[in-house]
Write a protein that binds this ligand. Sequence first.
Ligand code: MRU
Length: 380
Amino acid sequence: MANIEILPTLRWEGPAVGGTLVLLDQTRLPGETVDLRCDTVDAAWDAIKRLVVRGAPAIGVAAAYATLLSLRELNDAPDADASNKTTTREIAATVTAACDHLATSRPTAVNLFWALDRMRATVAHWEQQREDDSPAGGQLGAELGELLLSEARAIHAEDRDMCAAIGRHGADALAELPAGAGILTHCNAGALATAGDGTALSVIFELARRDRQPHVWVDETRPLLQGARLTAWELTQRGVDCTLICDNMAAAVMQAGRVQAVVTGADRIAANGDAANKIGTYGVATLAAAHGIPFYIAAPTSTFDMALASGAAIPIEEREREEVTCGFGRETAPAGVRVFNPAFDVTPARLIRGIITERGVITPVTAGAVAATLAAGSLS
Ligand code: MRU
């Protein structure tokens, strides 16, 4: 596998207060590699909503940095503290409001809420440490900004480490596959979706590093083609052997004996192991079961939502009808036709052979095994 660094999916540039969130614009891939610079919370919200940055872990990291933009806006405002009257409480409320707003950008991936909760906790802790509610003085929120930036950087670095560990555990779990085995994946759970090498793709990259020569079957992933535009691009860039197929070809490829395992990412995993991922994943898992092919989910522990007993409670995002009727600028359906466009579906735990986390592989997938892994601590 070529040791090529994929362009960074996202980064923070500049100081804590006054810096910019820079995103690789994934809506333009694979044709163009251009950055989108976000200087306001609204710009970051819009970028998450439009899938400029997407993938559960990546939107969590992006949102964490985006909270800092509220401090930039506070200082950039024309009436910014000419009289140094803005108080600790007002600064804290500004950042907390930004967290609340960013949380409305997309509903399904729990990593978004998980990261924003960490940023909220940073604000609350800072507020408690400041004994009085006196005017902040100087650059508004300078001290809080440093704390927020270091928390966002910690979330970023932890995600990178989790991806690497997922790759190792997943490659161990798939060690019995013959060299050159076919592995099917759906959507994009690669470097573009995380701060590291990805989740599902991290497993594949690690197999390639171990010279297991995986052959990846890439579902194109209608309607927004994350598989074709992003996964096939990442694999091609890094010299991993892959074949792109339309989603409706997966059954025939499995029937022909060309797929030995399926690995996908997840956006939210309930306490019983039911896993929400890109629409179509449940179909792939059902097909895998019908053909006796092991189906794995690869996801960090930040993707688990232990507050939800089962996948039935996972909120599923519904997106604009035009994504289905007018994909990439061309009308492909009659005007006015009724459209249903859920962005995710839920794969029941019984169809999942194992959930590959940074702490090891949960198998069999039961509520007890999920709880034990989540209670276990950190990376292994
Ligand atoms: O709508 P998207 O592109 O954000 O959906 C992304 C997925 O479904 C990924 O498989 C999931 O977030 C895991 S990313 C490591």
